[in-house]
Design a protein around this ligand. Structure first.
Ligand code: AMP
Length: 112
């Protein structure tokens, strides 16, 4: 069971800011910006490259939801970034798909 599944089942605490039947959003424990949230599907998908056609609706839900959270939390006007890390070079550490939502400062491009 991954760390994020333990957060879903409340075995590990997290600062949860949004939840519905399909996904959970909580604060990253090591924030890289003033706002750093993680949005995860409750049905585990290891990483985006392993998503299947049957995950299409869930993936769409995650993208719509991350935008709604950004809007509701007030990050839309200043701007924000959504990131998915995949595999070693992508910097993936937890093998449970997660969208990083970063906001609250000017983010650099290209990323390091
Ligand atoms: P990634 O490197 O894309 O796999 O992202 C994993 C993220 O999970 C990192 O930004 C970590 O800081 C974050 N993280 C690890 N453990 C926890 C935890 N217990 N609660 C919240 N975020 C965590």
């Amino acid at each position: 069971m991954t760390l994020f599944e333990k957060i879903i089942s409340r075995e590990i605490p997290a600062e949860i800011i949004y939840e519905d039947d399909h996904c959970l959003c909580f604060k990253d424990i090591a924030p890289q910006a003033p706002v750093h949230l993680l949005l995860i599907p409750k049905r585990p998908i290891p990483r985006i490259a392993e998503a299947k056609n049957t995950d299409q609706e869930l993936l769409g839900h995650l993208l719509l939801t991350v935008g709604i959270i950004a809007q509701q939390e007030g990050y839309e006007e200043e701007g924000f970034r959504v990131v998915i890390n995949n595999g070693k070079n992508g910097g993936e550490a937890v093998p449970h798909l997660h969208l990083h939502l970063l906001a609250g400062r000017q983010l650099q491009w290209p990323p390091g």
